[in-house]
Design a binder for this molecule. Sequence first.
Ligand code: 16G
Length: 253
Amino acid sequence: MDDDLALFRPEAWFRAGRGPRYEQLYRHLSAAIAAGELPPETQLPPERDLALIADVSRVTVRKAVSQLVAEGLLEQRRGAGSFVRAPQPKLEHSLSALLSFTEYMRQRGKTSSSRILRRGIFLPTPDEMMALGLSPGDRVARVERLRFADDTPLALEWSSLPTDILPEPEAVETSLYDVLRGMGRAPTRAVQRITAVNLTAADAKLLQLPEGAAVLRIDRTAYLPTGRPIEFTRGLYRSDIYDFIAELRLDAP
Ligand code: 16G
């Protein structure tokens, strides 16, 4: 029993300067579930016990647990507690494939290219720190690109990654994901937020569209299998050419 609890003790998951405690605890538990260290049907200790073992407040435990519940990794059974859920292969199938710009274009029979607008190592902004779990002393690698399909500018992308994941942003010529794959650090999961926005004059000029034209803004946060976020990319995509298809399926009973 003691061995099981070692997983929850602060030595197992907490590192100073690596982001809020609830987020570190959440990432640690999510990785433990993915690695099978917490197999399906494992019951987590009750909130109060978990707070004591992990040496955090109950609010911290609650936040970490509710994020795991929201992602379908844990299930809360009334009066019984939180349990690890069995993996849901059907859900996997119904998710879209995680593709790079280069791969999207290749699938559509187009050749992609990029014009690098800026590349380098910078101090992280609060948004980047939050998205990537960085602390103020860390640096962030940024790659900003105008992306073409054949000769048409299609997207503007601002990508940020932790420097231990992308120590040399200059290495990114065409495909960021090819560079990450080459180092065995390609993301395997991503969460995207899509909004419609109007172009500023400067961005419109780059995309060869009139100022104020409507485009899609997509923020992608991509994760390693361990659950660590390693890419935050904000992109503006020409909605007259680029389309996103989301496949939805009714889960079989
Ligand atoms: C896609 C991703 C972007 C990623 C890029 C990598 C969306 C909305 N965004 O454009 O997050 O950084 O691919 O492409 O799909 P690359 O490997 O060709 O550089």
